[in-house]
Design a binder for this molecule. Structure first.
Ligand SMILES: [Zn+2]
Length: 208
């Protein structure tokens, strides 16, 4: 699970914190996370990988459907990253010799991106019974082909977009820009130092 904390202090004196977690799966780690949120009445977002929902038990789906403090968002269909052989796998290959510069929403055809966006959108509706309004790309990697796929689902907020840099910014979309900082040294390894000073790693895209 990747977790990020965004501290938004733009127009107000009291900082607001948005928890962004993604790669929702049926794991003990996620269970602990949700249990903690419930125990402290904390609200979080959670990025859903569409094909993961299909693997979950009915009990797990029922549990997720009854989490009032979680905002689910579209995190793609398969979270795949391509190998140089053209195979999309998750988790991604971690060596440069195997990993290609292609991911689910990065350097892939518009038709494929449209399909993956739609598939995740539909299974979230079917399995969790909710209509989502937001999207964030796996590995935060997307290109301009992602924009029409995003808009086709009727979404209005985007986690960590790069469309301003790419030159394809859609109108009227609320953005959560990366910049609050990671709160883990690596996935599943929380860092108290990062938590206490969430902006210290200063992402170049800046704050919202
Ligand atoms: Zn992810």
């Amino acid at each position: 699970m990747l977790a990020t904390v965004l501290v938004l202090a733009s127009m107000i004196s009291q900082p607001q914190v948005i928890l962004k977690a993604d790669d929702l799966k049926t794991t003990e780690r996620w269970q602990r996370y949700f249990s903690y949120l419930e125990s402290r009445a904390v609200v979080s977002t959670a990025g859903v990988i569409g094909n993961q929902l299909q693997t979950m038990s009915q009990a797990s789906l029922d549990y997720l459907r009854n989490l009032p403090m979680v905002e689910f968002w579209n995190h793609g269909w398969d979270h795949g990253v391509a190998t140089k052989d053209g195979e999309f796998i998750d988790p991604p290959p971690d060596d440069a010799e195997t990993k290609a510069d292609t991911a689910e929403f990065w350097n892939t055809p518009p038709e494929q991106q449209m399909e993956h966006m739609r598939l995740c959108h539909e299974v979230v509706q079917t399995y969790l019974g909710v209509t989502r309004h937001g999207f964030g790309a796996p590995e935060n990697k997307h290109d301009c082909n992602t924009v029409p796929a995003f808009l086709a689902c009727g979404y209005d907020h985007w986690y960590f977009p790069k469309y301003s840099i790419l030159g394809c910014r859609p109108e009227g979309v609320r953005t959560l820009a990366r910049g609050g900082g990671e709160i883990e040294d690596s996935p599943g390894v929380p860092s108290l130092a990062r938590m206490l000073c969430p902006g210290h790693d200063g992402h170049p895209e800046g704050r919202l």
